[in-house]
Design a protein. Structure first.
Length: 576
């Protein structure tokens, strides 16, 4: 049964046409409206995320600067710059600072040899911190260190701090005396939780509901905020996000797409090691960003389907008015097709066009039989012509295929035919493990023949050599012209000794049949036996080319194989 998606009646076609028109108008409109809304929504959300990232980066840089200035100012107070380093007032000062700034988990005054002289709660007093990066750097100037886990203080602070792992930022500043000489180093460990409080303060209301997440990543593109415990499902892999673009969609873990914005945290001025290379990255799932668009699409699609239904009902009723008289004419046409005569056409319609159509069908019926026979005769004639032309075209195609693989000058197979035969022989060798021999031949001093006697004489030499090569080979062998004066010979199922003998035979044959005006012509030959270990057929060709080059370099008019060379005729026969 023949199936079709189109309606089978005029009434159905009219109804379908109305529906298609409505869809053609409403679908692009729906797509355009939702796309514009989506683009504007992405633009607004992206700008919002970028603003949040910038604000967080600015606040983070400002806080880092404030912490550094606090440490610098503390290091410049007279208690540290003028008082004795063993004064109990130093312990009291550190305790007051610790109580004023709860994020300072540990503050210390360190002697120049790295020994901790004073520290909050007496932690690590008497211990050496000489190898800590912040101590080494602070001797040269104020220092801000990257985030790290507690090393020496981990066990001491674990009972005091419930966060784990305990992570710090190091701030340190040199302490100078009245003469400007370095007398000690003031170092602090600031607990990382102050960043959480900072970020939570800046996050907008409803951020968790809208899926907005803020990340701080270090120079190695690793997440340093929030930590794994806060995320619950492990730290995500952050895609490389450029800060010169305000926002854009990026694929995160498991190829989930997020609208992502990033901002670089500015370097803290005045601090050694302050170039932390941090970035603030803010993301929101694509599905969350486009949720409003999906709701709008639902409303618009519902309106489109409703209007399509209304127009379909109207079109169905109009289709009945137009299709009934046409159905009457179709019935009369079927009677004509069945051979009935004297059919009267009286369609029940007021349409002038349908009445004209009725009269035309009466006239048409009278001429159908006459034209039928004429068409049958023409068709038979055309079929005969098509058959003749097809046969001629096939013959021409066969001739073209032959010419495409034949050298026009010598009548030998050309490079295309040689490549095809090479591939065939190589595949047969791979299956049967029977080697074949490859001979690369070149006419010696051919350019001199052209320069001395002209190109017409050179062409005669080429035809002469081609004829001699054909006469000196077996029917199963192959010879083709693959270059200007270069020939390729394939000897199936032939070992090296036999191939050398054939090469010597051909060399002697060419050299023993001079041609005027060039006189005696000689050839040089490179001989290779293809090996089943070769990965492709081109390897043997390259090896034979190299041996041909050796024959040329060795004086020409000789055959050179991988294991033997032939001297020129004046030196005797082939030497194994």
């Amino acid at each position: 049964m023949r199936l079709t998606l189109l309606p089978q009646t005029l009434r159905g076609l009219i109804t379908a046409s109305f529906i298609v028109v409505v869809l053609l108008l409403s679908v692009p409109t729906t797509v355009y409206v939702t796309q514009q809304h989506a683009n504007q929504l992405i633009k607004d959300r992206g700008a919002h995320l970028h603003t949040l990232a910038q604000a967080t980066a600015v606040a983070l840089a400002a806080n880092l600067g404030e912490r550094l200035r606090e440490v610098q100012l503390l290091a410049q107070t007279p208690t540290y710059t003028h008082g004795p380093l063993d004064s109990p007032e130093l312990d009291a000062s550190l305790k007051r600072v610790s109580q004023s700034y709860p994020h300072y988990s540990w503050i210390s005054l360190v002697a120049l040899d790295g020994t901790v002289l004073h520290a909050t709660d007496g932690m690590l007093v008497g211990e050496s911190v000489a190898e800590r990066p912040w101590f080494k750097a602070a001797a040269q100037g104020a220092y801000v260190g990257d985030l790290h886990e507690a090393v020496l203080l981990g066990k001491l602070l674990r009972a005091k701090l419930h966060d784990w792992p305990i992570r710090f930022l190091d701030f340190a500043a040199p302490v100078f005396d009245a003469q400007g000489q370095l007398r000690a180093v003031l170092g602090t460990h600031v607990h990382w939780r102050w960043v959480k409080e900072l970020v939570e303060t800046l996050k907008p209301l409803g951020a968790d509901r809208d899926g907005i997440e803020v990340f701080i990543i270090n120079q190695a593109n690793m997440v340093i905020y929030p930590d794994q415990a806060a995320l619950g499902a492990g730290l995500p892999t952050v895609p490389r996000v450029a800060t010169d673009q305000p926002y854009g969609f990026a694929d995160w873990d498991e190829q989930v797409s997020y609208l992502t914005a990033a901002a670089s945290v500015a370097e803290t001025p005045g601090g050694k090691g302050a170039g932390l290379g941090w970035k603030v990255v803010v993301r929101q799932p694509r599905t969350q960003v486009l949720s409003e668009v999906m709701a709008l699409q639902t409303v618009v699609v519902a309106m489109m389907l409703g209007s399509t239904l209304v127009f379909g009902v109207v079109a169905w009723r109009l289709g009945k008015y137009f299709s009934h008289p046409i159905a009457q004419l179709a019935q009369k046409a079927r009677q004509i097709a069945q051979g009935e005569e004297d059919i009267s056409f009286n369609p029940a319609t007021r349409s002038i066009e349908l009445r004209v159509l009725s009269d035309s069908m009466v006239s048409m019926a009278a001429t159908l039989l006459e034209r039928k026979h004429a068409l049958e005769s023409i068709n038979r004639h055309l079929e005969t012509m098509v058959a003749d032309r097809t046969a001629a075209l096939e013959a021409a195609n066969r001739e073209l295929a032959s010419l495409a693989r034949k050298d026009a000058l010598t009548g030998l197979p050309n490079r295309l035919a040689a490549n095809e035969r090479l591939q065939l022989e190589f595949l047969q060798m791979k299956r049967s493990r029977q080697p074949y021999a490859l001979l690369m031949m070149d006419i010696d001093f051919f350019k001199k023949i052209n320069d001395t006697h002209g190109h017409a004489a050179g062409d005669e030499v080429l035809r002469h050599v081609a004829h001699l090569l054909i006469t000196g080979l077996r029917e199963s062998d192959f010879v083709g012209r693959v270059g200007g004066e270069e020939f390729l010979v394939l000897l199936p199922r032939t070992e090296l000794a036999a191939a050398v003998a054939v090469a010597e035979k051909l060399r002697a044959l060419v050299g023993g049949h001079p041609i005027e005006p060039a006189g005696r012509v000689t050839i040089s030959v490179g001989i290779v036996v293809a090996s089943p270990e070769h990965t492709n057929e081109d390897i043997a060709v390259r090896l034979a080319d190299d041996l041909l080059y050796q024959a040329k370099e060795g004086g020409r008019n000789r055959a050179v194989s991988a294991f033997s060379t032939s001297p020129p005729p004046s030196e005797g026969s082939m030497v194994s």
